[in-house]
Design a protein around this ligand. Sequence first.
Ligand code: NI
Length: 178
Amino acid sequence: MAVREILKMGDPRLLRVAQPVTAFDTDALHLLITDLLDTMRAADGAGLAAPQIGVDLQLVIFGTDRANPRYPQAPVVPRTVLINPVITPLGAAEVDDWEGCLSVPGLRAKVPRFEQIRYTGFDPYGDPIERTVEGFHARVVQHECDHLIGKLYPMRVRDFSQFGFTSVLFPELDSADD
Ligand code: NI
């Protein structure tokens, strides 16, 4: 178990296109997932992608199975390890909502995302995952999978009047520093 350092925006390792995972159910893969879960939990993150701890692999984790103090109004998303993901938007409808990122501490912005998506990928044992989701769940998956193609949410912002410091926008949040 280890809480790893989360890379911050400006680090070129966050801008890489990540490599696919080719070996499942290995000790190295399980160790990486444990580190990601520990790191996400320690930071109260809604999700975390392997590139955020400097690992150049297509692997994301998200979900908390409980209300998240950084997003207290958000619905609970089941804890998921998703490897080599592929996202297919279902329709062109987009929704704007607030996002933050552990690699962009202290800030939030309204980011457009597809309202409904199907995503596929694999769990740590190589078993396939396929889900159709919408709303916050769809948003979290699109945000995390963007990390696998070198995109951070500020690159998706269209209206920069809706971009600011968490402590100013949401002074009621406890952990307003990320
Ligand atoms: Ni992020």
